[in-house]
Design a protein around this ligand. Structure first.
Ligand code: KIV
Length: 286
């Protein structure tokens, strides 16, 4: 049985930390679910870690639907959240509802995520009223990276800290079932968490959120030379892959791969028959 937003709310009520992961394809979805993550996010971070862009801005709704369809197909238990990309919900609540509906109907996600605080609350309300659970996302909202002038920690000044608190309360009042706090100073994230009934899911927001979310590639060190400060690399898979692939290339070059155990035999009679078929005919044998 798939988990629901009620299960996620029960986790907050029970003080049980919520570990969320991103997933973009069958491998990451299968591994994330096998690890026991109760929620998987098909995030627009795929624009950076899968497509190789510098920001999430180029990602389209069709691309999120393509990836989310894979993730929902290969998982059974995790609640799947699909990200609404840049400019697919910002124009009007009606635009947001139409696109959230497409993401839910065409990809089978259980909830959508969208970025923004107080100003986007009417949009959240419209989507939730139509029966689509919404995860909000405040703090450093990567789709607004050009406005922020970089990926910077938010809420370190009095006014921006107050605004973040207002944002958190506004998205909760609008009906969001959870809220991501990204790059929010840890003490402020703790304060927001204590003031909200819905779970806060932190990324670079300290240890006191109700849950954490991390990008699959960051946790596994898939990019050997890059990792954001808020992520802990639990493995160095990128380095292992690089070494393994180099060995493969060398072994093909040295004719060490494939070895006998990677090859398939056939009966000598069949081989001889085929050899005879193909043998050049001598004039004196005709
Ligand atoms: O797109 C994404 O993966 C996200 C998380 C980092 C929260 O929004």
């Amino acid at each position: 049985m798939r988990l629901t937003i009620r299960d996620i709310h029960k986790m907050k009520a029970a003080g049980e930390p919520i570990a969320m992961l991103t997933a973009y394809d069958a491998t990451s979805a299968y591994l994330g679910e096998a690890a026991g993550a109760p929620m998987l996010l098909v995030g627009d971070s795929l624009g950076m870690v899968v497509q190789g862009h510098d920001t999430t801005l180029p990602v389209t709704l069709d691309q999120i639907i393509y990836h989310a369809r894979i993730v929902t197909r290969v998982t059974k238990r995790a609640l799947i959240v699909g990200d609404l990309p840049f400019m697919t919900y910002n124009i009007s609540p009606e635009q947001a509802l139409a696109n959230a509906g497409r993401l839910m109907q065409e990809a089978g996600v259980n909830a959508v995520k969208l970025e923004g605080g107080e100003y986007i609350a009417p949009t959240i309300e419209r989507v939730v009223q139509a029966g689509i659970p919404v995860m909000a996302h405040i703090g450093l909202t990567p789709q607004s990276v050009n406005k922020f002038g970089g990926f910077r920690v938010q809420g370190r000044e009095v006014e921006s800290a107050r605004q973040l608190l207002r944002d958190a309360q506004a998205v909760q009042a609008a009906g969001a079932f959870a809220v991501v706090l990204e790059l929010v100073a840890a003490p402020l994230a703790q304060l927001i968490t204590s003031r909200l009934d819905i779970p806060t899911i932190g990324i670079g927001a300290g240890p006191d959120c109700d849950g954490q979310v991390q990008v699959f590639h960051d946790l596994l060190g898939l990019y050997p030379s890059f990792g954001p400060r808020h992520a802990h690399r639990y493995a160095e898979i990128g380095t292992s892959i690089e070494m393994a692939l180099k060995q493969y290339v060398q072994e093909v070059g040295a004719r060490l791969f494939p070895a006998a155990e990677n090859s398939f035999s056939m009966s000598t009679e069949v081989l001889e028959a085929v050899l005879t078929d193909g043998a050049p005919q001598h004039a004196d044998s005709q």
